[in-house]
Design a protein around this ligand. Sequence first.
Ligand code: NAP
Length: 329
Amino acid sequence: MNANGCQRRAIPGGAYNFVFVQQTSPAMSAQLIDGVKLSHQLRADIAVRAAALTEAGTRPGLAVVIVGDDPASHVYVRNKVKACGEVGFHSVLEKYEADLPEQALLERIAALNADPAIHGILVQMPLPKHIDPSKVIEAIATTKDVDGYSVLSAGELVANLPGFRPCTPYGCMKLIETTGVDLRGKHAVVIGRSNTVGKPMALLLLQQNATVTICHSGTPDLAYHTRQADIVVAAVGRRNTLTGDMVKPGAIVIDVGINRNDEGKLCGDVDFDSVKEVASHITPVPGGVGPMTITMLLMNTLESAERRLAKNQEKPAPDAGMVPQPGLA
Ligand code: NAP
């Protein structure tokens, strides 16, 4: 067979002709990017750093606030508080009835902003309809915005300034990092443009010098874009958005989506079975991005506490630099 995939075949009379023989690439099975394992490693490191901070007098503290009785949200906040305990953080869980007035919630946030034992504040979304989520997010002190959802945190990300990165895309970047692939010059396609996942994801990839395309519900030919991508991040919320025929061989595929299949089992946006035969690396659902989101929330809270300690250490002691005056005891 020649390089073009043509094979020389004998025909009657001793002559030869060339026929095109389709080459099938050998079946490939992608390496799993294990979010559970990476989370364990990162949380072990967080616990060590938290112990050192506590020793220095600054125990990292997270406040989690939930309003209403959405059962899924209650599970999420319980998991966040449990994770805090496992890495040695202080945490408070504030639960309020669904009819809590907006002003009362804003007052609670002001109190948590002023509380020196708290380094991160998370208000679980969604909030009841009568509460404006953006008012609540913007009420959180920027130094405690560990979800990274405020306009200022978003601006810091756009401007490449230090700040809190939204936890899910931050976790996706850590997962991509485990592949050892240098993102410089790679083409990344992000499917989804939400403020909490798609847009910050695209910016984080851009910071690592990837060439980034953002696709959304108005993108006419999604497969045209994804087939060119070295990295695909799917953050849509619709299963089977990305199938094997839409993926370039050897691509890294990160599945952010959380959906249910016909049997009621958890699944992502990616058709795992077909994509794993084409991709080089892939995250499973569950066990991929999911565990990383809470881990990065812990990381942001830890870093907030570290910054606070560093700032406190910068401050001169109240009487430092004062020259004793004669006659004064
Ligand atoms: P979202 O706010 O609903 O955004 C979904 C995005 O997908 C939108 O930008 C939408 O485009 C786009 N989209 C919808 N249909 C599309 C299509 N056919 N082709 C291309 N793009 C399409 O959702 P999200 O908050 O970003 O979350 C996305 C998924 O990730 C959900 O399943 C969510 O549950 C999951 N999630 C998981 C974690 C985790 O920890 N694992 C954390 C956060 C979110 P338009 O902007 O044009 O509408």
